[in-house]
Design a protein around this ligand. Structure first.
Ligand code: UDP
Length: 480
């Protein structure tokens, strides 16, 4: 038996009342009606969310806030994390890459991989059968948890499988991952994708829903921080050069005060100078986020034409258990950085952000996204791209790859700039354009924030979940 763990993630309730500060009147009404529908529907049921990491990445980010809101509203929402052996995560990382249409490590998805995958799924299902009851709702997130669906259905739960990744035009890599996963996913009662184009061939279309991700405007990641606090946080994190500043404080999800005490690790150690524009990409260390391409594009096309600096920031790779490739990608970036000429190297910063405290990490990301003159997300594949939403909410202009869910957020020329993901020259030109024209950058930042308010806050997300749960529970009660 593999060493499979099921760990509950404690989530603080996040009062919905605060949202009133940022919602339009009609959104406020929608939120009230969502709660009114949810409470009787979900009374006596637990709404379980199951994924494979409590930190790092977009799913963990969203669960913290949606589960927190649901709990505050009176719904018994819970979050469980499945842990397993490294072999399992090698298989699921391969699936992750293939679902994005990329070969990943190029390894097979054959009988051996099925055996590894099913071993963990069996052991995890066993544990869950002591927790989940008939009538509960279970939302399984991403490939790591698909293998739990069948058993949970047998237990009488309402089972939703949600894919947070996908690609615009499926290729053979993606189809190979679908073939691998379909037998596990199919038994679920409903399948959720972030975009319509992501729905798999081979799944009953009647069971497919589309729900886009969202951000929490009051989380440590997205809450308002004044410029002095932004500076103080980046100084404390040892990312920014400069003298003493105010207090590096933020508000935690449970409304208690937080303070940034940890420091980031900068490869090479040189901090960002305070008076110079900064271009930033914050991402997991993943080839599909193309940190190498961002570095090349910046070095070739932005650096010679401006005095800007670049920061590539990501989690401290030692801390993210479900992403075995992170360290290798980070190492590759670091090796490339070391090969740059000294005067180039000093304008490119690679930062490993501290991960011990997720909210402290989030506050640092928040400060970076606010401090930066331009945020980039030049992904080669992207399920949705929460980093884009986050920067947009802060009014920071964005240059991003024209790929996946980024296209649902960035209206090219209005709420940011889109570039063909592999076109480094276009990427450089877009970044330079924003650096040179602060008025345009500001206009786009403003429009971006309004777009996020209307489309990508939790109020819409929670309403769609309640719609789905309502349809499932009522449909099944009616014998559907
Ligand atoms: N993130 C973070 N710390 C990091 C790197 C990333 O908090 O060091 C967050 C980032 O702010 C965003 C999420 O991880 O909220 C990444 O979500 P996205 O949808 O952009 O990509 P994913 O990682 O899910 O592919």
């Amino acid at each position: 038996m593999p060493a499979v763990t099921i760990e509950p993630v404690p989530v603080s309730p996040i009062p919905l009342a605060r949202l009133a500060e940022v919602l339009l009147a009609e959104q406020q009404d929608e939120l009230e009606s969502t709660v009114e529908r949810a409470l009787p529907l979900l009374q006596d049921r637990v709404v379980w969310n199951i994924n494979s990491t409590a930190r790092g990445g977009g799913v963990a980010e969203m669960l913290r806030s949606l589960v927190g809101h649901a709990r505050a509203a009176g719904v018994n929402a819970r979050w469980l994390v499945v842990g397993s052996e490294p072999d399992f995560f090698h298989v699921t990382k391969r699936l992750h890459n293939r679902l994005h249409g990329a070969p990943g490590d190029g390894g097979p998805l054959g009988d051996h991989e099925r055996e590894v995958y099913e071993r963990t799924s069996r052991a995890a299902s066993e544990r869950l059968s002591g927790l989940v009851r008939a009538g509960d709702v279970v939302v399984l997130h991403d490939p790591q948890t698909a293998g739990l669906a069948e058993r949970l259905v047998t237990l009488g739960a309402n089972v939703v499988w949600r894919a947070h990744i996908g690609l615009d035009l499926p290729n053979d890599y993606a189809r190979a991952a679908w073939d691998f996963l379909l037998p596990y996913v199919r038994p679920a009662h409903a399948y959720v994708f972030s975009r319509e184009a992501y729905a798999w061939e081979g799944l009953d279309p009647a069971r497919v829903s589309v729900i886009a991700p969202s951000i929490d405007p009051f989380s440590a990641k997205n809450q308002e921080l004044d410029p002095a606090t932004v500076r103080a946080i980046l100084l404390q994190a040892e990312l920014l050069a400069g003298g003493p500043a105010g207090a590096p404080i933020f508000t935690r999800e449970d409304a208690t005060p937080g303070r940034v005490d940890a420091t980031a690790e900068l490869i090479g150690g040189a901090r960002v100078p305070a008076e110079i524009p900064l271009v930033t990409q914050v991402s997991r260390w993943d080839r599909l986020k193309d940190p190498m391409g961002v570095m090349e594009g910046f070095v070739r096309h932005v650096l010679p034409e401006s005095d800007a600096h670049l920061m590539l920031a990501g989690p401290d790779v030692r801390a993210v258990a479900d992403d075995p490739e992170g360290a290798a990608v980070m190492e590759a970036c670091s090796a490339r950085w070391k090969s740059l000429a000294p005067e180039v190297r000093e304008r490119v910063h690679l930062a490993l952000l501290p991960m011990d405290d997720a909210e402290e990490n989030a506050a640092i990301v928040n400060a970076l996204q606010r401090w930066s003159s331009v945020v980039v997300q030049k992904s080669l594949a992207e399920g949705f791209g929460l980093t884009v939403t986050e920067a947009m909410w802060k009014g920071t202009p964005v240059v991003a790859g024209r790929i996946g869910g980024i296209q649902d957020q960035v209206v090219d020329g209005e709420t940011g700039l889109l570039v063909a993901p592999a076109d480094l020259e276009a990427f450089g030109a877009a970044v330079l354009g924003l650096l040179r024209d602060p008025a345009v950058a500001q206009r786009m930042g403003k429009a971006a924030k309004e777009m996020v308010r209307e489309k990508f806050l939790g109020v819409r997300h929670l309403a769609q979940y309640v719609d789905l749960f309502e349809a499932l529970i009522r449909g099944r009660a009616a014998g559907g």
